[in-house]
Design a protein around this ligand. Structure first.
Ligand code: E4P
Length: 218
């Protein structure tokens, strides 16, 4: 399963990329607004694309098809790693179809149902982003959506990759893997949480203490 980092924070992106742990990045307008300050978002996008050797999702903010197309082409031109993110609306699906026809990879975002995921696949989406955590937030079962999309895509041989999004904790990541998601996107905090286990810390402490009794060096 591919791991994408869900952030526009370059410091966090460098930290994870240096560790060789991530396959790509997803951003959204809210994440960019958090870090941009006075900077032009396009500069941030270019820096992210130059830092990570993998797909970097950059989202359009237009709501009609033509504006999405204009913005999508500009975003795709920033760097070869750019993937254009469009919302799962009628206009977004039409823009997806047109951008894909031009050879541009598209991530269809804000997916909350299997029927939406079906249409994204029909529109040729490279990735579909179902928002697990936001469904959980309203007492739904976000992970069930990942399982259902997996089954439908497999039933009909759709090539669109499932990119489990809005994942909020390590268990979400494990469940997304078990459900057969192709990719997951996670905040930096969740990436580092994945490595933690109290028995690892305890075991290491004991090993180091025991080694000290030898007074030896490696
Ligand atoms: C996905 O591409 C989105 O950026 C993200 O996963 C949304 O997560 P949130 O629901 O925690 O904001």
């Amino acid at each position: 399963m591919k791991i994408f980092l869900d952030t526009a924070d370059l410091g966090e992106i460098r930290r994870a990329a240096d560790a060789g742990l991530i396959d790509g990045i997803t951003t959204n307008p809210s994440l960019v607004a958090k870090v941009a300050g006075k900077r032009d978002p396009k500069e941030i996008y270019l820096a992210i694309c130059e830092t990570v050797d993998g797909p970097v999702s950059l989202e359009v903010v237009g709501v009609d098809k033509d504006t999405m197309l204009t913005e999508g082409r500009k975003l795709a031109a920033i760097h070869k790693n750019a993937v254009v993110k469009v919302p799962l609306t009628e206009a977004g699906l039409k823009a997806c179809r047109a951008l894909v026809a031009e050879g541009i990879r598209v991530n269809v975002t804000l997916c909350f149902s299997v029927s939406q995921a079906l249409l994204a696949a029909k529109a040729g989406a490279t990735y579909i982003s179902p928002f697990v955590g936001r469904i959980d937030d309203i007492s739904g079962d976000g992970m069930e959506l990942i399982e259902q999309i997996r089954q439908v895509y497999d039933n009909y041989g759709f090539k669109t990759e499932i990119l489990a999004a809005s994942l909020r904790h390590p268990l979400h990541v494990v469940q997304a893997m078990m459900a057969g998601s192709d990719c997951c996107t996670i905040p930096p905090s969740v990436l580092w949480q994945l490595s933690k286990h109290p028995l690892t810390d305890k075991g290491l402490e004991t090993f180091l203490k025991d080694w000290e009794t030898l007074g030896a060096r490696i």
